[in-house]
Structures are given as structure tokens and as C-alpha cells.
Ligand binder design. Structure first.
Ligand code: HEM
Length: 398
């Protein structure tokens, strides 16, 4: 990979609507080199079948030691399951997987409903609110913080840090500060919880750490770091992108409102059509290999465009249409293979509660400005709106 290629990711037109460009790439250069905002060049996989294979290909490793000149975001990700291959990956994932099973997550439903009700109550009577700030963001944050045992008073600080960390375009002086702030916060939190204990997930992990050699100290703080980032930067955009899609074409909102049985398939379709994670995390070829007929050299970094793969015309009939009742929907929004999203059951439950209650409580909810004026967050990792101004309208009795 000697030649540089154009960095489409930083282009505002691309950010506003990357789908036509992704369609062209799927057709013309399905595995293409891209120049990332960090200055690093990587392969980007855009077709569905290639994406699925790449995500589960053991020859593409996630356990990489970064050099000093490498991409700063990736270099800063440390010793957690999403940066590990088996057997480390297996060990790290197993330590928390029991907290994220469908059954354990379902038990959180009453609490998720309660948080949702409180947030919607706070929107009641207001003429205009930013739905991201007032609803889509605080709901998943509160849930993951309660699950982990992060005090409510500290939550505001995270937003600034995680936003910088996943933006994909942090200036060199912002990223180390955010990483450092978050890392030292996590260190203090672990120290505090070790002294006082609790019945949250973090206390459980500390017990595992202290009981033997299953979890190193770096692995413990990295795990907390990963869960906080994953819990902060993903479900917010499932809710935000979904509400945007519903309100931009009002008949969709009305259809879902009058037929809530469509909720599960609608949520899967939001994930496919405008999923929160635009691009997978890095993988590195451990040997020379081919993806979709393109030769990849050992050591080359590979990214998978989940957004592009999930609009692949050869896999999804009416690929560019949002079909709330789509029956077959094997999208890749949660990834695929051994790194398939651990939080998928939680994200789905949060979305079900959030959409169900929002539609019921504010039947007249509408955008407070033209849909095409909304701006998208920069970077190629996360697909989400900066803000989503809405008018809630009158609240229905619950
Ligand atoms: C709609 C919301 C979410 C989406 C779209 C999403 C998407 C993803 C994707 C695409 C991956 C795989 C990345 C790759 O292979 O490169 C992933 C992994 C992961 N996600 Fe999520 N995620 C969401 C919510 C959550 C939540 C709420 C949590 C936990 C609190 C979470 C925890 C994780 C973890 C721990 C991994 C790493 C799994 C592993 O390496 O084995 N995610 N997620």
C-alpha cells in the first residue's frame, strides 16, 4: 500500500449522506484503500459477503501492538476483548458474558422503563427539545453506569471524553487528554469500589481480579473502559437515527405508532439502514490473503464498512428502502463472529422501551426544523446526529 487515496471520510457531503458513495464503492472498488483522517491508510471492505467473511476470519487479528507512529485512536485502545484474539479474547469475554445474556438483560426492563418514563416526563410541556440531549443520550448512559456502578454525579464528564475518543478526527492534543482523564477516573473508581464494594458488575470484576490470575489490572481497567465507551456511543445513535428516520417521513411514525407490533422488526431495520457503528474496528492480516478477489498483504490493516455492507443490493431486496416490516434482516450492525456485540440484547431492549414509550407518550412529536438541515457527527466510526431538535407536542396520558 504505497499510494495514498482520497480521504472521503472528512468530506461534509459524504458525511451528510455516504450511501451513494458506498454504493459506488461496492460496485467499482468493493475492497478499496482509504486514507483515514489520522493519516493512516487501510483497506475498507464494503460488500456484504466479503464483510461477513472478514469479520469472522481468524487470519485477521485484533491483537496488535501499535507502533508510535500508528493511528492514535487505535493505539490508545488497550487490553480489552475487542483488541484480543483467542485465547485471551475467550477468557475476557467469558468474564462478563453472563451479565449480558438475554435473560439477565430482560431483568433490567423495569428499571429501563422507569428511567425512560422519567426522561419523557422531563420533556413534557416543553415547546422544543434536543432529543439527543434529553432522551437518546441519557437513557443508555444511565443504564450502563448503573450496571457498572458509576456514580450519577460523574456521568457528565464522560460525554466530553468519549465523544473525543470515538470521533475519529481528534486533534493530537485532545485525544491524550481525554484518554488520560478517562483512564485515571477509572483507576480511582476501581480503588474506591475495592474499598467499599457493591453488587454491581464492577465490584464483581474486582473480585475476579483479586481472587486469582484470571484478569490483570490493565485488563480490568480496559474492560471498564470498553464497556463505558460501548455503552455511551452506540445506543444513543440507534435511538437518534431511528427517530430521525421516522419523523423525516411522517407516515412511518404514524404506521409504527398505530401498529406497535412492528417495533422489533422496525428496530432491526433502523440498525440495517442507518446503523450506529459505521465502520468496524481494525483488524490486521497475519498472512497474505484475499478478500473478494483483492490481495491483502500480511500486516495490512482492514476495516469493514458495516453501513455499506448493510445496504448491499445483492443481499437485501429494496436495499435503499426503509421497510419497517422487513422479515429477513441478517444485518451486520452488531458485527459478526467472535466479536459479535456483547451488548446487543441490552441495546435491543433499550431501543424497544425507548421507541415504544416515545411513540405512545408523544403521538404528535415532530421535527423542529427541516430534516436535511441536521448535521452528522464527524469521523468514520460512528453514524449519529449532532442534535435532533423536536417539538414534543401534547403528552398522551400513560
Ligand atoms: C445499538 C447499539 C450497539 C451497536 C450498533 C453495537 C455494535 C457493535 C459492533 C459492530 C461490535 C463489533 C466491532 C468489531 O468487530 O469490530 C461491537 C462489539 C462490542 N460491543 Fe457493541 N454495539 C452496541 C451497543 C453495545 C452496548 C450497549 C454494549 C455494552 C454495554 C456493547 C458492548 C460491546 C462489547 C463489549 C463489544 C466487544 C465484543 C468482543 O470483542 O467480543 N455494545 N458492538
Amino acid at each position: 500500500m504505497t499510494q495514498d487515496v482520497r480521504s472521503d471520510f472528512s468530506d461534509p457531503a459524504f458525511q451528510a449522506d455516504p450511501h451513494p458513495e458506498y454504493e459506488r464503492w461496492r460496485r467499482e472498488t468493493p475492497v478499496r484503500r482509504v486514507l483515514l483522517p489520522s493519516g493512516m491508510t487501510a483497506w475498507l471492505v464494503t460488500r456484504y459477503e466479503d464483510a461477513r467473511q472478514a469479520l469472522s476470519d481468524p487470519r485477521l487479528s485484533k491483537a496488535i501492538q501499535w507502533g508510535e507512529d500508528a493511528d492514535p485512536i487505535a493505539a490508545a485502545t488497550s487490553r480489552h476483548m475487542l483488541s484480543a484474539d483467542p485465547p485471551d479474547h475467550t477468557r475476557l469475554r467469558r468474564l462478563v458474558s453472563s451479565a449480558f445474556t438475554a435473560r439477565r438483560i430482560e431483568a433490567l426492563r423495569p428499571r429501563i422503563e422507569q428511567i425512560t418514563d422519567e426522561l419523557l416526563a422531563a420533556m413534557t410541556g416543553r415547546d422544543r427539545v434536543d432529543l439527543i440531549d434529553a432522551f437518546a443520550f441519557p437513557l443508555p448512559i444511565q443504564v450502563i453506569c448503573e450496571l457498572l456502578g458509576v456514580p450519577a454525579t460523574d456521568r457528565d464528564s464522560f460525554r466530553a471524553w468519549t465523544t473525543i475518543i470515538v470521533s475519529g478526527t481528534p486533534t493530537r492534543d485532545q485525544l491524550p487528554g481525554a484518554m488520560q482523564a478517562m483512564a485515571s477516573y477509572i483507576r480511582e473508581l476501581i480503588a474506591e469500589r475495592r474499598t467499599h464494594g457493591g453488587d454491581d458488575l464492577l465490584s464483581g470484576l474486582i473480585e475476579v481480579r483479586d481472587a486469582g490470575d484470571k484478569l490483570s489490572s490493565d485488563e480490568l481497567s480496559s474492560m471498564v473502559f470498553l464497556l463505558l465507551i460501548a455503552g455511551h456511543e452506540t445506543t444513543v445513535n440507534l435511538i437518534g437515527n431511528g427517530v430521525h428516520l421516522l419523523l423525516a417521513e411522517r407516515y412511518r411514525w404514524e404506521r409504527l405508532r398505530t401498529d406497535p407490533a412492528l417495533l422489533p422488526s422496525a428496530i432491526e431495520e433502523f440498525l440495517r439502514y442507518e446503523g450506529p457503528v459505521e465502520t468496524s474496528t481494525y483488524r490486521f492480516a497475519t498472512e497474505d490473503l484475499e478478500i473478494g478477489g483483492t490481495a491483502i498483504r500480511a500486516g495490512d490493516p482492514v476495516l469493514v464498512s458495516l453501513l455499506a455492507a448493510d445496504r448491499d443490493e445483492s443481499r437485501f431486496p429494496d436495499h435503499d428502502e426503509l421497510r419497517l416490516d422487513r422479515a429477513q434482516n441478517p444485518h451486520l450492525a452488531f458485527g459478526h463472529g467472535i466479536h459479535y456485540c456483547l451488548g446487543a440484547p441490552l441495546a435491543r431492549l433499550e431501543a424497544q422501551v425507548a421507541f415504544g414509550k416515545l411513540l405512545a407518550r408523544f403521538p404528535d412529536l415532530e421535527l423542529a426544523g427541516p430534516a436535511d438541515r441536521l448535521t452528522w457527527r464527524p469521523g468514520y466510526l460512528i453514524r449519529g446526529l449532532h442534535d435532533l431538535p423536536v417539538r414534543p407536542g401534547a403528552a398522551a396520558r400513560s
